[in-house]
Write a protein that binds this ligand. Structure first.
Ligand code: BGC
Length: 251
């Protein structure tokens, strides 16, 4: 069974068909830049074109870089401010003509990793952090997600943690991996103080470069890169769409 997964990010919108039994991508991943300004209609149009390029019909799973409550966007840290209170699930369904199942992008990546990747079978506390334009978080215990944790906005030095140690900040401030890791370690210490996770999975764009900074990371928990790398969000979104769609068809 193949389901289209889409991952909307602050800088790119990515999609691929996913085999939801194995978690494998069945097509090339297609990436288009996130439109600027990233308004609701501009992003919805980009998603529609992305979906059309797959010639796909069926349920679509979509990760979105904001707080998503029942398909409605509630925050806008790395996207246009006009997204707040938009019924995005309905908007994307209207543009694509398909049922769209929307969730927070880090939650999507977490579901991907817990189902097919580094968190598979883990019943203890797993914390996933996506490191990209922002910092996204997902927490699982006994395999269950606590959705919309938004802990990239924990305050550090008076601002959101993601303004201190995201990958975008590393690039903007031209930090070496060692310098960036030293900032990120402070964030990990904060997370460990609050949640004492057993496993920390690092996802997002920076997961591909794990080998460049792994030696500098410090935490009590085991730290691993996302096994599905930056594809975790697409895969998790597709898997969840399939689960939700079946619940709907049955119930
Ligand atoms: C948003 C989160 C998102 C994260 C990663 C943050 O700025 O508030 O919802 O998960 O960026 O995209």
């Amino acid at each position: 069974m193949e389901i289209l997964g889409v991952d909307i990010g602050g800088s790119g919108i990515k999609g691929a068909l996913v085999d939801i039994e194995t978690g494998e991508l069945k097509t090339e991943r297609i990436r288009v830049p996130t439109p600027v300004p990233s308004t609701p209609n501009a992003i919805a149009q980009a998603v529609k074109e992305l979906v059309e390029s797959f010639k796909y019909t069926g349920p679509i799973g979509c990760g979105f870089p904001a707080l998503v409550i029942n398909g409605v966007i509630k925050t806008a840290a790395n996207i246009d401010a006009s997204w707040v209170n938009v019924m995005a699930e309905e908007l994307f369904s209207a543009y694509t003509g398909m049922p769209v199942y929307l969730l927070n992008d880090a939650d999507a990546a977490g579901i991907g990793e817990m189902t097919f990747g580094a968190g598979k079978g883990r019943m203890d506390t797993v914390f996933l952090i996506t490191i990209g334009t922002g910092l996204g978080t997902a927490i699982f215990t006994e395999g269950k997600l606590l959705p919309n944790t938004e802990l990239g906005h924990l305050k550090m030095y008076g601002k959101s943690a993601e303004k201190y140690c995201s990958d975008a900040i590393r690039k903007a401030k031209d930090l070496s991996w060692k310098q960036w890791a030293s900032r990120f370690n402070e964030y990990l210490a904060y997370i460990e103080f609050l949640f004492s996770p057993d496993l920390i999975i690092l996802g997002g764009g920076a997961s591909k470069k794990f080998d460049l900074y792994a030696e500098y990371l410090k935490a009590n928990a085991q730290i691993v890169p996302a096994q599905l790398r930056n594809q975790a969000g697409i895969i998790g979104a597709a898997y969840r769409a399939w689960v939700k769609h079946n619940e709907k068809s049955i119930g």
